[in-house]
Design a binder for this molecule. Structure first.
Ligand SMILES: [Zn+2]
Length: 424
């Protein structure tokens, strides 16, 4: 982590503010600006945790914050400890500790043995969600929930991992993905918070939206690709340094499209290819439409690329999908509170019923795709190739990027879809 001090700015500062807020040291706005209120909060945190009080967040202070960012601590068993005592001390459950430490004998704790003790929450839903935060959250969830399978389906133009997390061991395969479009990154914490709550329900043997999580685990293999476009997300959220080559290149691409705000209007990958216009389902038609609209070269959005399946992020998603046999797919976008479920006039069996059910659960409306965006998308290809239910869900309302203040509402509207998509 970068060292942060007075006047630092960016998504790291948001993470700091959100963590200090979680701990009760900070009550100001989560704005990514390290001002005097943040400085005071850091000093109070340092005082309370026995650190040197300089108001600078360097290695020691980050290390002290990490258990609260990662939602777990390492605990060394002492004489007289029981799981019950340890669970009470951390306000957690015995099951949570047992699942995080599959190697231990719960009835015979060894003195000096180190335990992972999960507590609180991992996935923040009140900050800009960068690829760095995604990677931290995935490794924290993997520590707490070792039954999750983490792989990379490929890498982005800038070499970032395109992560995939699998929950469950069932025969039915389901795919959820998010953040194909950079300035639609709020869809990433949507899937990550769902994954966290699903895993938590699993270890505690609870229901999620009325369905037992252990039953879901046994019947379904859910694959989540939470950030198809990590480079683009890092550009929009401000993680990508303004002095980097990639930032300068994106800015140069953007300067040809002065009506699109930079970087907030950026949807494409870092080379200016729209990853959702790359799939072999009417790519030539998409090209014709988008070229006629002026998107005939790399652009912040709507450039189809120089051929289908040329951007590594789209290729990764395509190859990954081919290696599986998904019964249902949902790709998350923003915004408009609508659900798309067709490719042209093609409606796979059961799709319409499921779409109606999703609409009822979320309050979103079912719509036909506008004619000028009816080709070359991931859903288009999925439906054309497999003839199975594939959905694009546009969450939130207003202008992209949707403010994180809409997160709670978006989560509430989509929880039913996310659970029922697993069992349809
Ligand atoms: Zn989109």
């Amino acid at each position: 982590m970068n060292t942060l001090r007075l006047n630092s700015r960016g998504p790291d500062v948001e993470l700091l503010q959100s963590t200090l807020q979680k701990l009760g040291f900070y009550t100001g706005a989560i704005d990514g600006i390290f001002g005097f209120q943040t400085f005071t909060a850091v000093q109070n945190f340092q005082k309370a945790f026995g650190l040197s009080v300089d108001g600078i967040v360097g290695t020691n202070t980050w290390n002290a914050l990490m258990p609260y960012i990662n939602g777990n601590a390492t605990y060394t068993v002492k004489e007289g400890d029981t799981l019950d005592k340890i669970a009470k001390k951390y306000s957690t459950t015995i099951d949570a500790i047992i699942y995080a430490n599959p190697q231990i004998d719960a009835n015979k704790l060894q003195i000096g043995e180190e335990l992972i003790v999960p507590f609180g929450n991992v996935v923040p839903t009140n900050i800009s969600y960068t690829s760095q935060i995604l990677n931290m959250n995935i490794s924290a969830l993997k520590t707490i929930y070792p039954f999750l399978d983490v792989t990379a389906i490929g890498t982005s133009v800038l070499g970032r991992r395109i992560q995939c997390i699998k929950f469950g061991n069932g025969k039915r395969e389901v795919l959820y993905c998010a953040s194909t479009h950079a300035n639609e990154w709020i869809t990433t914490p949507l899937l990550m918070k769902f994954l966290e709550n699903l895993s938590k329900s699993y270890v505690n043997n609870l229901n999620i939206f009325g369905v037992n999580a252990r039953k879901l685990y046994d019947n379904v293999s859910l694959y989540i690709v939470p950030m198809v476009n990590p480079d683009g997300v890092d550009l929009v959220t401000g993680l990508l340094s303004e002095s980097s080559w990639a930032y300068a290149n994106a800015k140069r691409i953007s300067s040809n499209f002065p009506d699109i705000p930079f970087p907030s209007g950026w949807k494409a990958n870092i080379e200016g290819i729209d990853l959702n216009l790359q799939f072999p389902a009417g790519w030539n038609e998409a090209r014709e439409i988008k070229y006629s609209q002026g998107f005939n070269r790399p652009a912040p959005r709507d450039f189809v690329g120089f051929g289908p399946l040329t951007a590594p992020e789209s290729v990764s998603l395509y190859n990954f999908t081919l290696r599986h046999n998904f019964d249902l797919m949902i790709t998350y976008h923003t915004q408009g509170r609508v659900i798309y479920y067709k490719y042209q006039e093609q409606i796979p069996p059961e799709s319409e019923e499921i779409a109606k059910h999703f609409a009822k659960l979320s309050g979103y409306s079912l719509e036909d795709v506008p004619e000028d965006s009816g080709f070359a998308g991931f859903r288009d290809w999925f439906i054309l190739y497999y003839n199975k239910p594939g959905f694009t869900i546009e969450v939130g309302a207003g202008e992209n990027p949707i403010p994180v203040s809409q997160f709670a509402g978006i989560y509430r509207e989509n929880l039913g879809i996310l659970v029922s998509g697993m069992i349809q």
